[in-house]
Design a protein around this ligand. Structure first.
Ligand SMILES: [Mg+2]
Length: 272
């Protein structure tokens, strides 16, 4: 009787541990303990084992709970298959090519050669090419009709509305683009904040300053946030700051990605 009570106490403790620490692996031990419930000695051992793991997994270590979800916008809140972001990238190549007197392909080759130093095309043009006419660039890359292919996503709205954690957007696009896309998707009122490319003097993810600014405004620290983005450089950038991140890999193209990833936003429920 005492053994069974201890075992169930261990189960419950570990369930809470799992809820608080999504990387906890204790769940896998549940069926093992359950099958040998008739042997009191083994039950006591497993009860001790579960309780120890609960301590180790963070329940008693006061690991911070998640307080915010931070979403990327493009190719994360809508499918990459709609082509919106491809068209944005094409306009970036064309703008950079025209600015530098190069073909769009050559301009992009140069931009990608500097991708580790400059997270966005705009940062590269400003930092490496002396470009200053930022608003002209943003207007050319984000024309008013750029999101015409998007339709309201009622399923996503219902899913996000059911999440109890507050949510914000962190995008490398300008605010007007974010407002346009969120309006088209019918998600305009879901997010508490939209952090755009203007928030940090046109610096973008994965710069530390950009993440730090969002965390400061939200009033949370990195371990209290789960960041979801389709770009592995950005998710790894946030993980490097001590945050939690999920790569949204809709088509499973990042097969060597070493950290956690999802292929549907609904999979978020496993992590929050
Ligand atoms: Mg994206």
């Amino acid at each position: 009787m005492v053994g069974q009570f201890a075992l169930w106490f261990g189960y419950v403790l570990n369930w809470f541990a799992f809820r608080r620490n999504r990387y906890c692996f204790i769940r896998f031990f549940f069926p093992v303990g359950y099958k040998i419930i008739h042997n009191n000695r083994i039950i006591l051992f497993f009860a001790y084992f579960y309780i120890r793991l609960a301590f180790l997994s963070g329940l008693m270590l006061r690991l911070p709970m998640l307080k915010y979800l931070l979403f990327d916008l493009d190719n994360t809140l809508y499918s990459c298959r709609c082509g919106l972001e491809d068209n944005v990238a094409r306009r970036m190549r064309e703008f950079a090519g025209a600015l530098l007197g190069l073909t769009p392909q050559e301009a992009w080759r140069q931009r990608m050669a500097a991708v580790q130093q400059y997270g966005t095309c705009l940062e590269w043009l400003m930092g490496d090419k002396g470009f200053t006419d930022v608003e002209t660039y943003l207007a050319a890359v984000h024309p008013p009709d750029e999101a015409d292919s998007l339709l309201p996503d009622r399923e996503l709205r219902a899913f996000l509305s059911g999440i109890s954690l507050p949510m914000a957007i962190l995008t490398n696009s300008p605010r007007e683009h974010a407002d346009l896309v969120l309006g088209k998707l019918g998600l305009g009122d879901i997010f508490t904040h939209v952090f755009d490319i203007r928030q940090c003097s046109f610096m973008g993810k994965p710069r530390k300053e950009v993440f730090d600014n969002a965390l400061r405004v939200l009033g949370v620290c990195a371990p209290e946030v789960l960041f979801i983005d389709d770009n592995p450089r950005y998710t790894q950038g946030f993980i490097a700051l001590g945050g939690n991140a999920l790569l949204f890999d809709e088509n499973n193209i990042h097969t060597n990605y070493a950290s956690h990833k999802i292929r549907e936003l609904r999979e978020l429920t496993k992590y929050i």
